[in-house]
Ligand binder design. Structure first.
Ligand SMILES: Nc1ncnc2c1ncn2[C@@H]1O[C@H](COP(=O)(O)OP(=O)(O)OP(=O)(O)O)[C@@H](O)[C@H]1O
Length: 301
């Protein structure tokens, strides 16, 4: 008997989650023997439902929600002995993870594109005791880009990102940090550190070099200079995917690293757009750990 669980966050995005969940359930009803819908009410519900899906050996698990719901599901699946294949309908506001695969935010198109015959095993990361499917970082640039609202995007188009980035720049400061990894190390002042499983976050392309969610490597970018000029030049290079060529950026690939700060300031990292732990962080890659459904026409980034 085949079983699928759909975790619906009714509070995501435009609050249409329940309706989208029903539409998805109608489609999956013909494909699985048992379809169960679980509605979240608050923090960690999606995580607990995902753990339940592992314990009860569901074949597949879908989330209907935003990046936060996907991240909770990943945290519920990671490290479990049995892990259902994970699909996600992007019903959030930003849907940054879904952008990587060009997943449609239209439920009819999403269902049409869904290929239940094929799944892809993707890398995920662990930062202390939290898992991530996308990135860990600290610094203001990322908040300015991923925190750009859909209203701002429809009002200002791509200038919305630039507007928020420029207003975030003066608030930045640098931290004395030390990074040790299985390939390289760094010690010095940094205003931003990005540890990415891919080369793209939202509209920002960090590198034109090939990097994907299956290559077993993190790409690490450290912005070492706090001057506004260097940040603007870094921004330009991010927009053109040429970050490795920027003098204020140190970049390398690795699969395991620790980040420690040498001052007394508390520095909190951001994990997939949510609050993560404070430094020090121990970050490790779990290669091809979770199977994801990715739409028919899309290559894995
Ligand atoms: N029924 C509910 N009503 C309101 N909020 C909920 C409900 N269930 C869960 N949540 C909260 O929703 C949040 C996750 O929302 P969501 O999945 O939209 O993530 P997000 O990070 O806001 O996504 P995006 O950036 O893509 O919009 C969690 O903080 C969770 O506690």
């Amino acid at each position: 008997m085949t079983k699928v669980m759909i975790i619906v966050n009714p509070g995501s995005g435009d609050n249409q989650g329940e309706e989208y969940g029903k539409r998805l359930a109608d489609f999956l009803n013909g494909k699985f023997d048992q379809v169960d819908i679980k509605k979240t009410e608050g923090d960690n519900d999606a995580l607990k439902f995902a753990q339940e899906a592992c314990q009860d050996h569901y074949d597949s698990l879908f989330t209907v929600g935003g990046d936060g719901t996907i991240n909770e599901a990943v945290n519920g699946l990671a490290g479990q002995d049995f892990r259902p294949t994970l699909g996600f309908f992007p019903a959030g506001t930003n849907n940054t993870f879904a952008q990587l695969f060009n997943i449609s935010e239209d439920i009819d198109q999403y269902i049409e594109d869904l290929d239940l015959e094929e799944s892809h095993s993707l890398d995920i990361g662990r930062c202390n005791d939290q898992y991530f499917n996308y990135y860990v970082c600290f610094g203001k640039l990322i908040e300015a880009t991923t925190g750009t609202s859909s209203e701002e995007k429809s009002q200002f188009g791509s200038f919305a990102y630039l507007k928020n980035i420029l207003s975030a720049l003066p608030k930045d400061d640098t931290h004395p940090i030390k990074i040790e990894s299985d390939t390289e190390s760094f010690e010095g002042q940094a205003s931003h550190v990005f540890v990415l499983l891919t080369n793209q976050v939202g509209n920002l392309v960090f590198s034109n070099e090939q990097s994907n969610l299956q290559d077993g490597q993190f790409q690490v970018y450290i912005l070492t200079d706090e001057s506004t000029g260097s940040k603007l030049s870094a921004l330009k290079d991010i927009l053109f995917g040429q970050l490795e060529d920027n003098d204020s950026i140190k970049s390398f690939a690795c699969s395991k690293l620790t980040i420690t700060n040498s001052d007394d300031n508390e520095t909190q990292v951001d994990i997939d757009g949510n609050d993560g732990p404070y430094l020090p962080c121990e970050i490790e890659l779990l290669p091809k750990h979770i199977n994801f459904y990715v739409p028919k026409t899309q290559a894995v980034q």
